[in-house]
Write a new protein. Structure first.
Lengths: 161, 392
């Protein structure tokens, strides 16, 4: 009797874990795609259109944040540490962007052709880092109990990267 | 064969690849254009350069250099219209004064080493018998104390237990004892010390005000501030900003001491190096503040740098004609500040009495001991050099 209980328990735990992993992979892929998108936008070679590049990048970033939240079902997050993590994550993303900018500046001095990819590299890094931050923030709202899963999983079952 | 549908990722990667090629190509085009532009500019510059004769340029450079040299040499014999001294240079007084200058450095150093020292010259171990007749009426002290760091080795006490029976423990105790005998720890101590900058002596026959030369980093910075400022009294030209600042911190003390002077007695103001500059300013300050003392003031400087511009030197000389500057011809400090620096002009004050003592070292040539030796041997002279000199 006790063994049967344990079996059911393990099964639920496994399903719960598998659902988390699937969702994680799906969102990771989504973030990567958005990062590629902003990187393409950053390759814009037309002079005097940097403002347009930035505008499109901002739109993409907002849309990415919304899509990531949507994938998690916009759960209510009551964890204080999660909010702190979001704050540090956003600051860290900006810092990453600055570091990449400086590195590209240096590389551009060594190999001038590389300077053409500075904006692209910065946008890719920033989008990736920001996406991960938002992803981790909403992950904190992932239910602890397996019983919540079926309803949520139905819409995500095919969403595998 | 049906065409396979592309995934979002593949489309994005493809887009990125095309974008990268487009951007890279455009950048490459830009760089190529820049290279061509630079090449064209270089060709133009070379063409422009080839129009000029390099020899003409060389002539210009040497010509202007020679012109500058001439200008400077023209200034040197008459840096300012100096009034000739009315009293002759006294070797005996100079000997006393150069010793007084040396004692200012000893005073500062003892103040640095001994916390109980209060600046009394007579308690210096180097105090000579020659000065026994003098009474110290003032100690010139900087407004700010200096901080010195001493590194002291101290014994480190180790606690050893007395009731040890075990042989291993005894061995450790012995080892600890040995360690205790040998172990010392370096401890850094910071303490405030007074900064002595000179003193005032009086005797039945005359008074002496002596200033110390550069010893501290702060004073080196003072020396380096070659920018000029107006002398506080209008019409006295411009002077070295750093020297003025330092003297102004001492002016009150000098004036207080001078109030006690007998105006019928000669007043000798002296100093070595930076002290020479301070003495120059002190002499003028006293002459302006105590008119009765003016005719009695005599200035003897050793290795003094230039203090002010031509107007200052002229006015100083008019007011105080009895000024003498003793210089070692191998000493670089009296050559500073340059005649012209950052648009400011500098000129020496006083009748030059020179000697040559080349010890082979820039610092030794400047030391007060080098000057003291020369003055004691009475080898300084105001005559022209008898050996061949490169000149104009």
């Amino acid at each position: 009797m006790s063994n049967q209980k344990a079996y059911f328990h393990d099964s639920f735990e496994f399903a719960h874990h598998a659902a988390f992993v699937r969702r994680n992979r799906s969102i990771r892929g989504l973030i990567f795609d958005y990062a590629l998108g902003t990187a393409i936008v950053g390759l814009n070679p037309i002079p005097n259109t940097f403002w347009l590049t930035l505008m499109i990048a901002i739109v993409l970033l907002v849309k990415m944040s919304r899509d990531v939240g949507k994938k998690w079902g916009f759960p209510n997050v009551y964890d204080f540490t999660a909010f702190l993590g979001l704050l540090f994550g956003v600051v860290g993303s900006i810092a990453f962007g600055i570091i990449v900018f400086l590195v590209m500046l240096l590389l551009g001095q060594l190999l001038p052709l590389l300077s053409a990819f500075t904006v692209s590299a910065v946008l890719f890094t920033f989008t990736w880092a920001l996406g991960q931050t938002i992803h981790h923030f909403f992950a904190n709202g992932f239910p602890k109990q397996t019983k919540h899963l079926p309803a949520q999983e139905s819409s995500l079952s095919a969403d595998i990267d | 064969m049906p065409m396979q549908k592309l995934t979002r990722r593949q489309l994005l990667l493809g887009g990125f690849g095309i974008g990268a090629i487009a951007t890279g190509s455009y950048k490459n085009y830009q760089l190529e254009q820049e290279r061509k532009r630079k090449l064209a500019l270089e060709t133009l510059a070379r063409a422009e350069l080839s129009k000029k004769d390099p020899r003409e340029k060389l002539k210009e450079l040497f010509g202007s250099d020679a012109q500058h040299t001439k200008e400077r040499v023209e200034i040197e014999p008459e840096p300012a219209k100096l009034t000739s001294p009315k009293l002759p240079y006294s070797r005996e007084i100079s000997k006393t004064l150069v010793i007084c200058c040396a004692l200012t450095t000893h005073q500062y150093v003892l103040g640095k080493l001994d916390e109980t020292y209060t600046g009394e010259i007579k308690t210096l171990p180097t105090f000579p018998k020659l000065l026994t007749g003098y009474t110290q009426i003032a100690t010139l002290r900087g407004i700010e104390d200096d901080t010195v760091d001493d590194t002291v080795e101290v014994d480190v006490p180790l606690n050893t237990s007395s009731n040890i029976s075990n042989s291993t423990q005894r061995l450790l105790r012995d080892a600890g004892f040995n360690l205790n005998q040998r172990l010392k720890e370096a401890v850094n101590l910071s303490r405030k010390i007074p900064v002595y900058l000179g003193y005032v002596f009086t005797s039945p026959s005359h008074n002496i005000i002596a200033f110390r030369g550069t010893n501290r980093l702060a004073e080196m910075i003072t020396d380096a501030i070659v920018l000029q400022t107006d002398y506080p009294t209008t019409g006295y030209g411009k002077i070295h900003d750093g020297f003025l600042d330092l003297y102004q911190s001492l002016a009150q003390q000098v004036q207080e001491a001078a109030k006690t002077f007998n105006p019928t007695l000669p007043c000798y103001v002296t100093g070595h190096s930076l002290g020479g500059a301070l003495a120059t300013l002190a002499a003028l300050d006293l002459a302006l503040k105590f008119p009765k003392l003016r005719s009695r003031i005599q200035l003897y400087t050793y290795a003094s740098p230039r203090v002010g511009n031509r107007d200052f030197a002229t006015k100083h000389s008019q007011l105080l004609p009895n000024c003498y500057r003793v210089v070692n011809l191998a000493d670089t400090v009296p050559l500073t500040p340059p005649f012209e620096v950052y648009g400011s002009q500098y000129s020496h004050i006083g009748q030059m009495w020179s000697f040559l003592a080349n010890t082979g070292d820039i610092i030794r040539n400047h030391r007060i001991s080098t000057y003291q030796t020369a003055v004691m041997q009475a080898i300084e002279t105001d005559k022209r050099r008898s050996y061949p000199v490169a000149g104009f």
